[in-house]
Design a binder for this molecule. Structure first.
Ligand SMILES: [Zn+2]
Length: 196
């Protein structure tokens, strides 16, 4: 549909086949300098008018159209997501990034009042801190894995239920230098032996 000036009206639908043809013709072509200047002026006038390319109402409308369940990506997690690679996230990363882990970590930080338990420095404000497992994370995981392998259970699901992971007495707040000096930092944790 065209108006009296011969311009297409808002909402005019160009058939898909036409669009393909137009696409083929215009591909690789550049606007002339004259045309570029017209487009530039049109955009600048919108900045003058609204302060943005789009008016505040249009911006609000755009944003509202993508909120919550209206968002096409809503609920597209796991195998539904186009980026899903078949569940290749390492098990340690899955546990360390789950909600339960964050909650456990925050409980420990709160109990220690955000102080390093060794050097008593107040953490935050530029002093990085870690949560440290007194019995190492890798040791707990290794122990759990021997059981899940034997009974053929899902390691992640079992880890969520495995108490030693979520025991706040096994967590302590440490500043990074103190954490690095512990005997169970990173690879040294592999030598850890549990003393009964
Ligand atoms: Zn410290």
């Amino acid at each position: 549909m065209r108006n009296e000036k011969g311009q297409f009206e808002k909402g005019h639908n160009v058939p898909k086949r036409w669009r393909e043809i137009i696409g083929k013709i215009t591909r690789g072509k550049k606007h002339s300098e004259e045309r570029k200047e017209i487009l530039r002026q049109a955009m600048l006038s919108r900045y003058d008018k609204f302060g943005f390319i789009n008016s505040p109402e249009a911006r609000k409308k755009n944003s509202d159209s993508k909120l919550g369940t209206k968002n096409p990506m809503y609920g597209q997690c796991g195998f539904l997501n186009p980026n899903y690679k078949g569940g290749i996230t390492p098990i340690t990363k899955r546990i360390r990034h789950c909600f339960k882990y964050k909650a456990w970590q925050n409980q420990c930080f709160k109990r220690d009042n955000y102080n390093c338990v060794f050097c008593k420095v107040k953490l935050g404000n530029g002093i990085s801190y870690n949560i440290d497992h007194i019995i190492p994370f890798s040791y707990i995981l290794k122990t759990l894995k021997t059981w899940t392998d034997e009974f053929n259970l899902d390691l992640y699901e079992s880890a969520l239920k495995f108490e030693p992971f979520w025991d706040i007495n096994n967590g302590r707040t440490l500043c990074v230098p103190c954490h690095q000096r512990t005997e169970t930092y990173r690879r040294s944790a592999l030598n850890f032996k549990y003393e009964y």
